[in-house]
Design a protein around this ligand. Structure first.
Ligand SMILES: *[C@@H]1O[C@H](CO)[C@@H](O)[C@H](O)[C@H]1NC(C)=O
Ligand SMILES: *[C@@H]1O[C@H](CO)[C@@H](O)[C@H](O)[C@H]1NC(C)=O
Ligand SMILES: *[C@@H]1O[C@H](CO)[C@@H](O)[C@H](O)[C@H]1NC(C)=O
Length: 374
């Protein structure tokens, strides 16, 4: 009897203890839930404040991780990748002559020390735009294996090189700028005759030739032949034979395909500021501070061809009747539409100045949540 009673007492004690612990656990559970609620509130509060700061400052602010990682129901922002995490990053800018590329690349040269990456010019012998197969292989191999120079931005007047072909591991990020084909031709025409204010001492190939572009078209001279415009298509098309055949339909299609699938961003000369701004928010490790720098040093960076006369309407009409102009223009329009699409998705209008468009980075459009196991 005594023995039984003690078991009963023990059971009662056990029950009491369990009850006590359940109550304690429940209490803490509620506390944690409350804390999480507070945390969620804080996170959304911070997001609102960040948004306001963004709108007010018209500038991007690096996104820190908020919400403390594997939060219960909290949204987790994803930070910008900094260069320490992208030591292997290689950007290639295969610049087309006379597209304003010097103004752009000067910004990269000015920023490279501050943002700690290298800039290299690819000097191709004899101003050729196509490399031999052996040279392409050497280039692809060197760029992918040369670790001590990374992260790096290469620039030069070469057609697109398909790195995949050479069995290398690196996939470079390609960028480019393109310009209205007739403007580019006229600019190049006068550049050969009068040079520019960048290296005024240099005597150019056609120095002393006073024939205007209109007269050249009138006399059907080779320098203003529409085939000279066939350059932006082959630069995007690459190293295949058909790419360099003026007016080739496959080349145009290939150029469009490469532009979409292998280029991170292709801007237009006419909208350089926005091109730089887009790069700044997309690849901040390279281009942080680029917009501000470009705007503040705009004058010193502008490279102008000297003595440029606009072509007459009849000259324009003649050029526009050519198949090569039409196809080059089609690529330009294609690139422009893509550029505007990306711009609209990426940049917002600044709130304080409605006239200066597309300067503010849109706030982050994706976040993580429900990260398990905790
Ligand atoms: C490329 O190298 C050649 C030979 O050294 C030199 O004459 C030329 O000026 C260089 N090109 C550029 C654009 O610097
Ligand atoms: C790539 O070429 C540069 C210049 O010649 C050279 O200094 C470097 O060692 C090369 N890198 C590799 C990995 O071959
Ligand atoms: C808005 O921006 C434009 C171009 O950047 C500038 O000229 C103008 O002064 C600015 N207006 C105001 C009110 O800040």
């Amino acid at each position: 009897m005594i023995f039984k009673k003690s078991i009963l007492n023990n059971n009662l004690l056990l029950f009491a203890c369990t009850l006590f612990f359940v109550v304690v656990i429940l209490y803490f559970e509620i506390r944690v839930l409350n804390l999480e609620g507070t945390n969620d509130k804080l996170v959304s509060e911070v997001a609102i404040v960040r948004k306001q700061i963004l709108v007010n400052n018209e500038a991007s602010i690096p996104s820190p991780i908020i919400g403390g990682g594997a939060g219960g129901g909290a949204l987790v922002e994803v930070p910008n990748v900094n260069l320490r995490d992208r030591k292997d990053l290689v950007v290639i800018y295969n610049r087309v002559p006379k597209t304003g590329s010097t103004s752009f690349i000067n910004v990269a040269y000015d920023l490279c020390r501050l943002n700690s990456y290298h800039v290299l010019h690819i000097n191709v012998t004899g101003n050729m735009h196509v490399l031999s197969l052996a040279n392409q292989a050497r280039f692809a191999f060197n760029v992918s294996k040369w670790d001590s120079i990374k992260p790096a931005l290469y620039h030069g007047h070469i057609a697109y090189v398909d790195f995949d072909k050479f069995g290398v591991n690196l996939k470079p990020v390609w960028i480019n700028l393109i310009r209205r084909p007739l403007d580019r031709l006229v600019s190049y025409y006068y550049f050969l005759r009068y040079g520019d204010d960048f290296r005024p001492y240099l005597v150019r190939r056609k120095h002393g030739d006073k024939v205007t572009f209109d007269e050249c078209v009138e006399k059907k001279q080779p320098d203003c032949h529409p085939d000279n415009m066939w350059l932006q298509v082959p630069f995007f098309c690459g190293h295949s034979a058909l790419c360099w055949e003026p007016g080739n339909k496959w080349a145009l299609e290939e150029a469009k395909r490469n532009l979409i699938s292998h280029y991170l961003l292709v801007g237009v000369t006419e909208e350089m500021e926005e091109f730089i701004r887009l790069l700044e928010v997309t690849l901040p490790s390279f281009f942080q501070g680029a917009s501000k720098h470009y705007l503040s040093s705009k004058k010193s960076h502008l490279r102008r061809t000297v003595q440029k006369a606009d072509p007459s309407p009849s000259t324009i009409k003649k050029i526009q009747d050519s198949k090569v102009w039409q196809m080059e223009q089609e690529l330009y329009d294609f690139a422009l539409a893509q550029f505007h699409f990306m711009r609209k998705r990426t940049l917002g209008l600044s709130a304080s100045n409605k006239t200066s468009q597309f300067t503010t980075e849109r706030s982050q459009q994706f976040m993580y949540e429900k990260i398990r196991p905790k």
